[in-house]
Design a protein. Structure first.
Ligand code: ZN
Ligand code: ZN
Length: 205
């Protein structure tokens, strides 16, 4: 399924400025969106309240996106969930002549452009979004609205104390006086160094 699930057909919108249509869409199959630590899973439904309006230059799309990102706490690795609720507005210009469309998109790069990932297109601020016949491609704006607003370092709670670096157990589950004996193999070298510096030989703890 290489079909872009975010392509939307504006066929039902009359091409008269001022006309408007509203839709409630749910996209439940798409590629994962986000980062390794926090992402909208590929099968996580994305709800879209979409309003499209006819304006002089094309179709103005206004959308609210609701979905849920899941990942893990950057400190204790517990699962975290993050509610996404974002809005965007995007103008898609009419293209009267498809040959014009190709000219308008970045001259010289048009040939390569098609094969490139849409993320790159989104970074190009000069790019005017255009209609593809009656289709508008919501992929870029949806991606931006979601990814640009996801926390990069998700936490289960702002004051999550994380894990003990020695045993990997959550601090929250450990007794207050929890510490590791110097005999712990990872600390043994350091302990010896400390005591030998102070007294010229290991003394034990
Ligand atoms: Zn945590
Ligand atoms: Zn520990």
């Amino acid at each position: 399924m290489s079909k872009n699930p975010f392509l939307f057909n504006t066929h039902d919108l009359p091409r008269r400025a001022g006309e408007m249509r509203e839709y409630e869409l749910t996209i439940d199959s798409h590629e994962a969106l986000g980062f390794e630590v926090l992402a909208i899973a590929a099968d996580e439904p994305i709800d879209i309240d979409l309003r499209i309006e006819s304006v002089a230059e094309g179709v103005l799309a206004t959308a609210t996106i609701r979905t849920q990102a899941s990942g893990e706490c950057g400190r204790c690795l517990d699962p975290v969930f993050y509610d996404v609720d974002e809005t965007f507005q995007e103008l898609y210009e009419y293209v009267e002549d498809p040959r014009q469309a190709r000219k308008k998109n970045k001259p010289g790069k048009a040939g390569h452009k098609r094969a490139q990932k849409s993320e790159e297109d989104d970074l190009d601020e000069d790019l005017v979004r255009q209609m593809d016949g009656e289709l508008i491609d919501l992929d870029g704006p949806i991606r931006d609205a979601i990814i640009l607003n996801l926390p990069i370092n998700p936490l289960c709670s702002a004051d999550c104390p994380g894990l003990c670096p020695d045993c990997g157990i959550k601090w929250i589950e450990l007794p207050e006086e929890h510490e590791h004996a110097p005999a712990d193999i990872r600390w043994a070298g350091l302990e010896n160094w400390k005591t030998s510096t102070a007294e010229g030989g290991p003394t034990g703890a």
